[in-house]
Write a protein that binds this ligand. Structure first.
Ligand code: HDE
Length: 685
């Protein structure tokens, strides 16, 4: 019998040997039959003795770990960060010193409220957490896709989260904020009003994880080698541009493809279309902090880019899907406390609370203090310390020294190094112990108003419609009215539009502000999505709906032109086998029409053959395909043969500039039109 090849620690090496490919138990014993339990006779009872069946079921029973209490549904990908501008003047962090140097990263995007299995396009904040494996230790920038937060003090976080999660008695609703508990809490916490402008905006329903910004939210510090500190806010700017879907579309996407965002990310990376974000910093000093209208320690406020420009210092490229979702995406443990020399915290009370929470939650979630030994969490730089033992200890030091100071000389293990060691910024602090909220945090409406006036009319309509939708799901009138009383402090147009949508004819009195809002803050274009679109169709997806006999030249030209522009083309057809085109070739379909509704695409083209239009006109999924594309302000190309379908869904007298009749001559024009992404002039939502 072949001798087992053992490591010093006793574990069998995973080397190719005679057993390669043979299924074994967790103990390494080859298994001869993995289909049948050990029974007494062919129809007799299963024997307790069956160690193979027992081990298999036992392990299965323990497969789940607790899901994250928030941000349970997430999707992680690998990549790298490349520094394009060294900033030693601001920070001595190793990662910021050498232009062109690449640092590996792991980035996990998430929704906040829903469980692990909830749909991707819920109206929600998106987590945007990046783990940088730097030469001087892991730096976790655990941000969101919105630059502000609901609350100012970590003390309120459990209440916020309880209010948005399913109610404890009925266990619904799942993954949504459209319910009484949430709006009850929010309307009693005016500090949250600004953030709700963001969550009611289309930022909360991104088209793709690739098309959204990221923000570190809190003010952090950058500290240079002379110990000088600057304040900093971190930004991620997608090179792909910003894009969201509309709410009616989101509702339908969640039915058609609950995995819409993760599938999109996986497919883009799989196809080599790697998403990229620039890392930007807003750097400012104490003087600016003192002059700024708001407190820089207040996480419900942002600093407009017009006041402190965002300086780009590097680019993150995500280019590698995980090998194993559980090992990487589930087990990754982000901790805001993970910072490196040259970066430091501020006294933002939300950040300070987070620094406790993340370490605590990872210990619970991953079962002990050794989660840093799991490969996805392990630093890629050397690690030396005297921490030892505990559940699942994988990296066990050798030798006798497990304490310091010791006098074991070269066998004595690692030592402190003041030259390169982390040192906290020596901020001067004083004050009596107290539980209080600084008055400088008290203006809850001014930036909400600034956000509102910075939006295009289309975006304002979407925000007002979202408040109306959500508050219409509140069964208690007093909650709806209380929320309206806050919106009146934001902007009359917003309050009136929501009141109208709710059917409230007498507006309530405005809520009494804790501090008089500033009403003349200027608009900030950076806050709008539509003002920051990509003006390109690259990375977007065309749904090309074809039937048997469709013009092969046209179908192939559309596909080629869009692909050349960096877009994806999905072929939709009545049968998954595909369509036989006019030249006799078969174009295989990516989706059968029933499973490929237009909500999954950014623009659509209907290339039918003579007669097919009438057939499609009688088919409900085809009707929905077109009428939804129209309602969601998408660009639509069509051939003459599609007219019966256009007539059936009542659009023949509504044909507008966003609906282009297509032939071999104008495919390029259609592509250029699609670069605007949506034909908002249609004003459907
Ligand atoms: Fe989190 N948050 N959070 N959070 N958060 C968690 O940690 C918490 C806050 C954010 O992809 C938890 O690993 C407190 C702000 C992201 O794995 C937990 C407070 C921002 C992720 C936790 C906040 C975030 C989390 C749950 C108020 C944006 C997902 C599971 C003081 C700047 C990370 C976990 C991932 C996850 C606590 C507020 C972002 C419980 C106490 C503000 C992106 O530790």
């Amino acid at each position: 019998m072949k001798k087992l090849n053992l490591d010093k620690g006793g574990a069998p090496r995973q080397e190719a040997d005679a057993r390669e490919g043979t299924i074994t138990t967790a103990q390494g014993t080859p298994i001869s039959d993995d289909q049948n339990s050990l029974t007494a006779g062919p129809r007799g009872p299963v024997l307790l003795e069956d160690q193979i069946m027992r081990e298999k079921i036992f392990h299965f029973d323990h497969e789940r770990i607790p899901e994250r209490v928030v941000h349970a549904r997430g999707y992680g990908v690998h990549g790298h960060f490349e520094l394009t501008r060294a900033i030693p003047e601001f920070s001595c962090a190793d990662i910021f010193q050498r232009e062109g140097e690449k640092t590996p990263v792991f980035t996990r995007f998430s929704t906040v409220a829903g469980s692990k299995g909830s749909p991707d396009v819920a109206r929600d904040v998106r987590g945007f957490a990046v783990k940088f494996y730097t030469n001087e230790g892991n730096w976790d920038l655990v941000g969101n896709n919105m630059p502000v937060f609901f609350i100012q003090d970590a003390m309120k976080f459990p209440d916020l989260v309880h209010s948005v999660k399913p109610a404890p008695d009925r266990a619904f609703p799942q993954a949504q904020s459209a319910h009484d508990n949430f709006w009850d809490f929010i309307s009693l916490s005016p500090e949250a009003v600004h953030m709700t402008l963001w969550t009611m905006s289309d930022r909360a329903i991104p088209r793709s994880l690739r098309f959204m910004e990221g923000f570190g939210v809190h003010t952090f510090r950058l500290v240079n080698s002379e110990g000088k500190s600057h304040f900093v806010k971190f930004h991620w700017k997608p090179k792909q541009g910003l894009q969201s879907v509309v709410w009616n579309e989101a509702l339908k996407i969640n039915g058609a493809d609950p995995d819409f965002h993760r599938r999109d990310m996986w497919n883009a990376i799989d196809a080599g279309d790697y998403p990229q974000w620039d890392l930007g910093i807003q750097v400012f000093d104490d003087e600016f902090a003192d002059e700024f209208e708001f407190d820089i320690l207040d996480a419900t406020k942002l600093i407009p880019e017009e006041q402190v420009p965002v300086q780009i210092i590097g680019t993150m490229t995500l280019d590698n899907n995980v090998d194993n979702f559980f090992a990487e995406t589930e087990q990754v443990a982000f901790c805001t406390q993970n910072i490196v020399r040259g970066i430091d915290f501020t006294d933002d009370p939300l950040l300070q609370g987070r620094n406790f929470s993340y370490l605590d939650t990872q210990t619970k979630r991953l079962g002990g203090p050794n989660f840093t030994h799991i490969p996805i969490n392990a630093p890629k730089c050397p690690v030396h310390h005297f921490q030892q033992d505990g559940h699942m200890a994988m990296r066990n030091p050798k030798g006798r020294a497990n304490y310091e100071p010791n006098s074991w000389d070269e066998d004595g293990g690692p030592r402190e190094n003041p030259e390169i060691g982390f040192a906290s910024y020596s901020e001067r602090v004083q004050g009596g112990k107290q539980r209080t909220r600084s008055e400088t945090f008290a203006d809850h409406y001014s930036q909400a108003r600034q956000f509102w006036i910075s939006q295009t009319a289309t975006e304002q309509n979407h925000i007002a419609a979202a408040y109306t939708f959500e508050l219409s799901k509140c069964q208690h009138e007093r909650i709806r009215l209380r929320m309206l009383s806050h919106l009146m402090n934001v902007h009359d147009d917003l309050a009136e539009s929501v009141a109208k949508g709710l059917g409230v004819s007498d507006l309530p009195d405005a809520a009494k502000p804790a501090r008089k809002p500033i009403t003349d803050l200027p608009a900030s274009d950076a806050l709008s999505i539509l003002k920051n679109g990509p003006e390109s169709f690259a990375g977007r997806k065309l749904g090309l709906f074809i039937t048997d006999g469709a013009d092969a030249g046209l179908v192939n030209e559309i596909e080629a032109e869009f692909t050349r522009a960096g877009a994806m083309v999905a072929i939709v057809a009545p049968q998954i086998f595909g369509a036989k085109l006019s030249d006799g070739t078969t174009k295989p379909a990516d989706e059968k029409i029933d499973g490929g509704p237009s909500v999954l695409f950014d623009a659509v083209a209907l290339v039918f053959s003579e007669g097919a239009g009438s057939e499609m006109a009688n088919n409900k999924p085809s009707q929905d395909f077109l009428s939804d594309a129209f309602a969601h302000a998408k660009f639509i190309a069509w051939t003459d043969a599609a007219m019966p379908l256009i007539e059936t869904v009542g659009l023949s007298d509504k044909i507008d500039d966003g609906m282009m009749k297509i032939d071999g001559e104008n495919v390029g024009d259609f592509l250029r039109a699609c670069e605007k992404l949506r034909f908002w002039e249609r004003k459907m939502f």
